[in-house]
Design a protein around this ligand. Structure first.
Ligand code: DQA
Length: 143
């Protein structure tokens, strides 16, 4: 089964972001970890990254139309993009929200997620392993 993994703004630059917050993997390494973990769980992961809200919305529409489960790290869009929330609400397959860091343990503006209310569940704070846990959650949900 295919799953779509969407990564939002600045996640392709993990190489220069604060590794004490986001972990030691660069984006390419994170992508490989996701692809390999998905394969182990019996999924084929289509892993994408965009800094552009409109692109992420069109990927969510694509997943809604093809009923594909989605793992999304909306990055900073988490905290204010009602447009991404509305697109995510169109999904009929599970949606897992993931974060490398634990936004609740960080600055106050990160304490709000406008996405969580339309997600099946949220996994945050485990570094790159958040994605592995999300893949396992999808496996448990989909059987
Ligand atoms: C993030 C947390 C967000 O607050 C931040 O804007 C990001 C990454 C995370 O994975 O921890 O870019 O989503």
């Amino acid at each position: 089964m295919k799953i779509l993994v969407i990564n939002g703004p600045n996640l392709a630059r993990l190489d220069i972001r604060d590794s004490s917050i986001y972990g030691d993997l660069n984006y390419q390494e994170l992508q490989s970890l996701i692809e390999n973990s998905a394969k182990t769980a019996g999924f084929e992961a289509d892993v994408r990254q965009s800094n552009d809200e409109a692109t992420i919305i069109s990927w969510l529409h694509e997943a809604a139309d093809s009923k594909i489960p989605v793992i999304i790290n909306p990055a900073a869009f988490t905290h204010y993009s009602y447009a991404i929330r509305d697109a995510a609400e169109l999904l009929t397959s599970p949606l897992i929200e993931v974060h490398l860091s634990n936004p609740m343990a960080r600055e106050e503006f990160r304490h709000t997620s406008v996405i969580s209310g339309v997600a099946t569940g949220t996994i945050a704070g485990f570094g790159p392993n958040s994605y592995v846990l999300a893949i396992n959650a999808l496996k448990a949900l989909l059987g």
